[in-house]
Design a protein around this ligand. Structure first.
Ligand code: PBG
Length: 326
């Protein structure tokens, strides 16, 4: 054979690392943490092996475990001690995320990002206010404009507790603008917003909804989260969030939406985040349990692929395990 081009020349052990295009780093990873005000001990999350809901008293210890692996940032989710139709524990000064944030900021050196949404806090499990007749009439949806102020109040209360960054995930139109205005008016113009800009109505969130107790009591999230069939619409969503002042643009889920990660990367100069969601985590664990896949290798390959597609930062339940293996 007279082959001049032989890509295999660059695949030997010595040269492979030299020509490697993508590298995973512990500092790219954000570890989600579930803080639960309804318990005083750690509760394993059955659908997400290795993850637990921790009481506020254990939040610092949990974050310290994460920090030991080299991961420097966490995303806090809260399970409140009470829910109502407005989700009012979401912006309570003594709310679960606010308390946990205060302690983690006081006692550890960790970058704290908070999830800003109402679904864990509302009795109906939707991400905002719903019309009173919504349960009977599935065509009715979350009241967009009425929800904005509540999301803004929630974000401000997180910043007030010391959150370094807020991450709105409610998919309400105008939420980034409302939150940016709220933060600026309250003296938090330095607190960045990582917007869940292209968030799809995905079946891959199943395990999380158990973990955070945030499944909708009726109906679904199709009225506000994006249709998995749409890619161009993601660009509209992201563009709006950029215009409204988002600092970091998130695509969620990650692996089934790598085309969107790539599109956003190419069209915008902002940092791009991808959320490797609960279902992406659970399916690798389930297959590994059966002996069908190697967990560590598939986890690393997943995160590498997300980065290769264009993500700068990755939210992942594999953060600790992968950081330790690097
Ligand atoms: C909503 C929220 C969800 C997730 C993160 N924030 C659930 C939803 O939209 O139903 C899912 C994350 C995951 O599946 O890992 N506040």
């Amino acid at each position: 054979m007279n082959l001049r081009d032989r890509p295999r020349r660059l695949r030997t052990d010595g040269v492979r690392p030299l020509v490697s295009e993508t590298r995973l780093d512990a500092t790219d990873l954000i570890a989600p943490v579930f803080v639960d005000a309804t318990t005083d001990e750690r509760v394993p999350i059955e659908t997400m092996p290795g993850h637990e809901r921790v009481p506020v008293d254990e939040a610092v210890a949990r974050v310290e475990e994460i920090r030991e692996t080299g991961v420097e940032a966490v995303m806090l989710f809260g399970i409140p001690n009470a829910k109502d139709e407005y989700g009012s524990r979401a912006w309570a000064e003594d709310g679960v995320v606010q308390e946990a944030t205060r302690r983690v900021k006081a006692e550890t050196d960790t970058y704290v990002i908070t999830d800003v949404c109402l679904c864990e806090y509302t009795s109906h499990g939707h991400c905002g206010l719903v019309e009173p007749e919504a349960e009977e009439n599935p065509r009715l949806t979350v009241q967009n404009d009425e929800t904005l102020e509540l999301l803004s109040k929630t974000a401000v209360s997180h910043a007030d507790a010391g959150a370094d960054m807020v991450a709105p995930s409610a998919m309400a139109d105008g939420m980034v603008r409302a939150i940016r205005e709220g933060l600026d008016e309250s003296g938090f113009s330095d607190v960045p917003i990582m917007s869940y800009a292209a968030k799809y109505e995905s079946a891959f969130y199943g395990p999380f909804r158990d973990a955070a107790d945030g499944a909708p009591a009726f109906g679904d999230r199709r009225h506000y989260q994006m249709d998995p069939a749409n890619a161009r619409e993601a660009m509209r969503e992201v563009k709006l969030d950029v215009e409204e002042g988002a600092d970091v643009l998130m695509v969620k889920p990650a692996l089934p939406y790598l085309d969107i990660v790539r599109d956003v990367r190419e069209a915008f100069d902002h940092p791009v985040a991808a959320y490797n969601v609960s279902g992406e985590y659970a399916m690798l664990h389930a297959a590994a349990d059966k002996g069908w896949l190697n967990l560590e290798e598939t986890a690393v390959e997943s995160l590498l692929s997300i980065k290769r597609a264009g993500a700068d930062l990755i939210l992942t339940y594999f953060a600790e395990d992968v950081a330790e293996s690097l």
